[in-house]
Design a protein around this ligand. Sequence first.
Ligand code: RTP
Ligand code: MG
Length: 149
Amino acid sequence: MDRTFVMIKPDGVQRGIIGAVISRLEAKGLKLVAANLTMISEEKVMEHYAEHVAKPFFPSLKEYIMSGPVVAMVWEGKGSVAIVRKLVGATNPADAAPGTIRGDMAMETGKNVIHASDSDESAAREIAIHFANAEFVAYARLDEPALYE
Ligand code: RTP
Ligand code: MG
């Protein structure tokens, strides 16, 4: 089954909207298979956001991501990468459509509440950065037979 890496950023944790964000992913039909409340190390931020390290906004992005705990998660479901990106919405919350997490729950790019992998390759890379195989839990969502054709 397809997996995607999702992270509730420090602003989401500090604003007490962990549950609200997770509820949306659960309600959609995605299955949580790994989760961790943690402070991200500088080393992991550099690895996770490797594509952005040389960009002018990287220092503030790094400071933001390391400013408090994050909730790192892996969610499973058919086509989960694209589905979660759609639920998350545009990078700038001012452009994010109503109904999306950023559209409904955030104001600015530098505090946009949530990260989600942008491709299957990114998902595999990011999952390997943040989780060990032993941290995955296998179980069935009881509504699974009713979710898929
Ligand atoms: P993410 O990786 O966090 O899921 O966000 P994304 O794909 O929607 O956006 P991306 O281009 O990958 O940017 C990563 C994060 O860096 C911050 N950012 N700041 N000031 C800026 O111009 C700027 N651009 C990006 C945001 O926190 C963005 O989510
Ligand atoms: Mg990105």
